[in-house]
Write a protein that binds this ligand. Structure first.
Ligand SMILES: Cc1cc2nc3c(=O)[nH]c(=O)nc-3n(C[C@H](O)[C@H](O)[C@H](O)COP(=O)(O)O)c2cc1C
Length: 163
Protein backbone atom coordinates (compact mmCIF):
# COMPACT_ATOMS: atom_id res chain seq x y z
CA UNK A 1 0.00 0.00 0.00
CA UNK A 2 1.34 3.42 -0.95
CA UNK A 3 2.16 5.10 2.35
CA UNK A 4 3.64 8.46 3.32
CA UNK A 5 4.86 9.55 6.72
CA UNK A 6 4.55 13.33 7.13
CA UNK A 7 6.18 14.82 10.20
CA UNK A 8 7.57 17.87 11.91
CA UNK A 9 10.33 17.53 14.49
CA UNK A 10 12.26 20.17 16.38
CA UNK A 11 14.77 18.08 18.31
CA UNK A 12 14.77 14.69 16.61
CA UNK A 13 12.38 12.46 18.60
CA UNK A 14 9.59 12.63 16.04
CA UNK A 15 12.10 12.41 13.21
CA UNK A 16 13.63 9.23 14.60
CA UNK A 17 10.19 7.67 15.05
CA UNK A 18 9.11 8.73 11.55
CA UNK A 19 12.21 7.09 10.09
CA UNK A 20 11.61 3.84 11.98
CA UNK A 21 7.97 3.71 10.87
CA UNK A 22 8.84 4.55 7.26
CA UNK A 23 11.49 1.85 7.25
CA UNK A 24 9.12 -0.81 8.61
CA UNK A 25 6.32 0.09 6.20
CA UNK A 26 8.51 0.96 3.20
CA UNK A 27 6.83 4.36 3.22
CA UNK A 28 7.87 7.69 1.74
CA UNK A 29 8.99 10.35 4.21
CA UNK A 30 7.98 13.99 4.07
CA UNK A 31 9.58 16.30 6.62
CA UNK A 32 7.92 19.67 6.98
CA UNK A 33 9.73 22.72 8.32
CA UNK A 34 8.56 26.27 8.93
CA UNK A 35 10.20 28.99 6.85
CA UNK A 36 10.85 30.87 10.07
CA UNK A 37 12.36 28.31 12.44
CA UNK A 38 11.26 28.38 16.07
CA UNK A 39 14.01 29.00 18.64
CA UNK A 40 15.20 25.51 19.55
CA UNK A 41 17.27 26.20 22.63
CA UNK A 42 16.66 27.14 26.25
CA UNK A 43 13.42 28.49 27.60
CA UNK A 44 12.70 30.58 24.49
CA UNK A 45 11.63 27.49 22.59
CA UNK A 46 8.84 26.81 25.09
CA UNK A 47 7.70 30.43 25.03
CA UNK A 48 7.61 30.87 21.25
CA UNK A 49 6.59 27.35 20.30
CA UNK A 50 4.07 27.12 23.13
CA UNK A 51 2.46 30.45 22.24
CA UNK A 52 2.28 29.51 18.58
CA UNK A 53 0.62 26.17 19.43
CA UNK A 54 -1.86 27.72 21.85
CA UNK A 55 -2.81 30.34 19.25
CA UNK A 56 -3.36 27.59 16.66
CA UNK A 57 -0.95 29.32 14.29
CA UNK A 58 -0.24 27.99 10.81
CA UNK A 59 3.32 29.05 9.97
CA UNK A 60 4.40 29.14 6.36
CA UNK A 61 6.28 25.97 5.40
CA UNK A 62 9.39 25.44 3.31
CA UNK A 63 8.48 23.72 0.02
CA UNK A 64 7.88 19.99 0.57
CA UNK A 65 7.11 17.05 -1.66
CA UNK A 66 3.94 15.12 -0.90
CA UNK A 67 2.46 12.35 -3.01
CA UNK A 68 -1.27 13.08 -2.85
CA UNK A 69 -1.95 9.66 -4.41
CA UNK A 70 -0.84 7.69 -1.37
CA UNK A 71 -3.48 5.53 0.31
CA UNK A 72 -2.26 5.75 3.89
CA UNK A 73 -0.95 8.93 5.49
CA UNK A 74 0.82 8.78 8.83
CA UNK A 75 1.09 12.15 10.56
CA UNK A 76 3.73 12.73 13.22
CA UNK A 77 4.22 15.65 15.58
CA UNK A 78 5.67 16.53 18.94
CA UNK A 79 3.12 17.65 21.54
CA UNK A 80 3.39 21.37 22.13
CA UNK A 81 1.35 22.88 24.96
CA UNK A 82 -1.07 19.91 24.80
CA UNK A 83 -1.54 20.58 21.10
CA UNK A 84 -0.03 19.51 17.81
CA UNK A 85 2.98 21.48 16.59
CA UNK A 86 1.90 24.38 14.36
CA UNK A 87 3.72 23.22 11.19
CA UNK A 88 1.49 20.13 11.10
CA UNK A 89 -1.55 22.38 11.38
CA UNK A 90 -0.35 24.23 8.28
CA UNK A 91 0.15 20.94 6.42
CA UNK A 92 -3.39 19.80 7.27
CA UNK A 93 -4.86 23.07 6.16
CA UNK A 94 -2.89 23.06 2.88
CA UNK A 95 -3.83 19.47 2.05
CA UNK A 96 -7.44 19.27 3.19
CA UNK A 97 -8.68 17.80 -0.09
CA UNK A 98 -5.90 15.21 -0.36
CA UNK A 99 -6.50 14.08 3.21
CA UNK A 100 -10.20 13.47 2.69
CA UNK A 101 -11.23 9.83 2.42
CA UNK A 102 -7.72 8.56 3.09
CA UNK A 103 -6.58 6.15 5.73
CA UNK A 104 -4.93 8.27 8.41
CA UNK A 105 -2.77 7.19 11.33
CA UNK A 106 -0.94 9.40 13.79
CA UNK A 107 1.95 9.33 16.21
CA UNK A 108 2.98 11.89 18.79
CA UNK A 109 6.14 12.37 20.80
CA UNK A 110 5.88 14.09 24.13
CA UNK A 111 7.62 14.33 27.46
CA UNK A 112 4.82 13.17 29.72
CA UNK A 113 1.54 15.09 29.48
CA UNK A 114 -1.04 16.41 27.06
CA UNK A 115 -0.94 13.74 24.36
CA UNK A 116 -4.67 12.97 24.69
CA UNK A 117 -5.58 16.63 24.33
CA UNK A 118 -3.25 16.97 21.34
CA UNK A 119 -4.93 13.95 19.73
CA UNK A 120 -8.35 15.54 20.21
CA UNK A 121 -7.10 18.74 18.62
CA UNK A 122 -5.63 16.80 15.74
CA UNK A 123 -8.98 15.06 15.21
CA UNK A 124 -10.71 18.44 15.21
CA UNK A 125 -8.22 19.86 12.69
CA UNK A 126 -8.80 16.89 10.40
CA UNK A 127 -12.54 16.74 11.00
CA UNK A 128 -12.30 13.04 11.83
CA UNK A 129 -13.67 10.87 14.62
CA UNK A 130 -10.69 8.55 14.86
CA UNK A 131 -7.59 7.10 13.29
CA UNK A 132 -6.57 3.76 11.82
CA UNK A 133 -3.90 3.61 14.48
CA UNK A 134 -2.41 5.98 17.00
CA UNK A 135 0.75 6.01 19.04
CA UNK A 136 2.21 8.31 21.68
CA UNK A 137 5.82 7.88 22.78
CA UNK A 138 7.72 9.61 25.55
CA UNK A 139 10.87 11.26 24.10
CA UNK A 140 11.90 8.08 22.24
CA UNK A 141 15.25 9.45 21.04
CA UNK A 142 16.26 10.89 24.40
CA UNK A 143 14.86 8.00 26.44
CA UNK A 144 15.24 4.90 24.28
CA UNK A 145 13.43 1.78 25.46
CA UNK A 146 12.41 -1.65 24.21
CA UNK A 147 8.83 -0.68 25.03
CA UNK A 148 8.99 2.13 22.49
CA UNK A 149 10.33 -0.20 19.82
CA UNK A 150 7.61 -2.73 20.63
CA UNK A 151 4.91 -0.04 20.38
CA UNK A 152 6.30 1.14 17.03
CA UNK A 153 6.23 -2.45 15.77
CA UNK A 154 2.64 -2.94 16.97
CA UNK A 155 1.57 0.33 15.37
CA UNK A 156 3.12 -0.70 12.04
CA UNK A 157 1.72 -4.23 12.34
CA UNK A 158 -1.77 -2.83 12.77
CA UNK A 159 -1.38 -0.69 9.66
CA UNK A 160 0.09 -3.42 7.51
CA UNK A 161 -2.40 -5.99 8.72
CA UNK A 162 0.23 -8.13 10.47
CA UNK A 163 -1.11 -7.60 13.99
C1 LIG B 1 7.15 24.48 22.61
C2 LIG B 1 7.14 23.14 23.27
C3 LIG B 1 6.02 22.74 23.98
C4 LIG B 1 5.96 21.48 24.57
N1 LIG B 1 4.83 21.10 25.22
C5 LIG B 1 4.74 19.85 25.74
C6 LIG B 1 3.54 19.40 26.38
O1 LIG B 1 2.53 20.10 26.48
N2 LIG B 1 3.52 18.15 26.90
C7 LIG B 1 4.61 17.32 26.83
O2 LIG B 1 4.53 16.19 27.34
N3 LIG B 1 5.75 17.69 26.20
C8 LIG B 1 5.83 18.93 25.64
N4 LIG B 1 6.99 19.32 24.99
C9 LIG B 1 8.08 18.34 24.84
C10 LIG B 1 8.07 17.66 23.46
O3 LIG B 1 6.75 17.31 23.05
C11 LIG B 1 8.87 16.35 23.49
O4 LIG B 1 10.15 16.57 24.00
C12 LIG B 1 8.97 15.71 22.10
O5 LIG B 1 9.49 14.40 22.22
C13 LIG B 1 9.87 16.52 21.18
O6 LIG B 1 9.83 15.99 19.87
P1 LIG B 1 10.93 16.42 18.78
O7 LIG B 1 12.27 15.99 19.34
O8 LIG B 1 10.57 15.65 17.56
O9 LIG B 1 10.85 17.89 18.57
C14 LIG B 1 7.07 20.58 24.43
C15 LIG B 1 8.20 20.99 23.72
C16 LIG B 1 8.24 22.26 23.13
C17 LIG B 1 9.47 22.67 22.35
Amino acid sequence: MKTTVVYYSMSGNTKMTAEKIADKLSAALTEIRPVKEYPSKGFRKFIWGGKSAVMGEKPELEPYGFDTDCELIILGSPVWASNIAPPLRTFISENGEALKNKRIAVFLCYSGGGADKALSKLKAALGTEGFEAQLALIDPKDRPSHDNDRMISEFCGKLSGDA
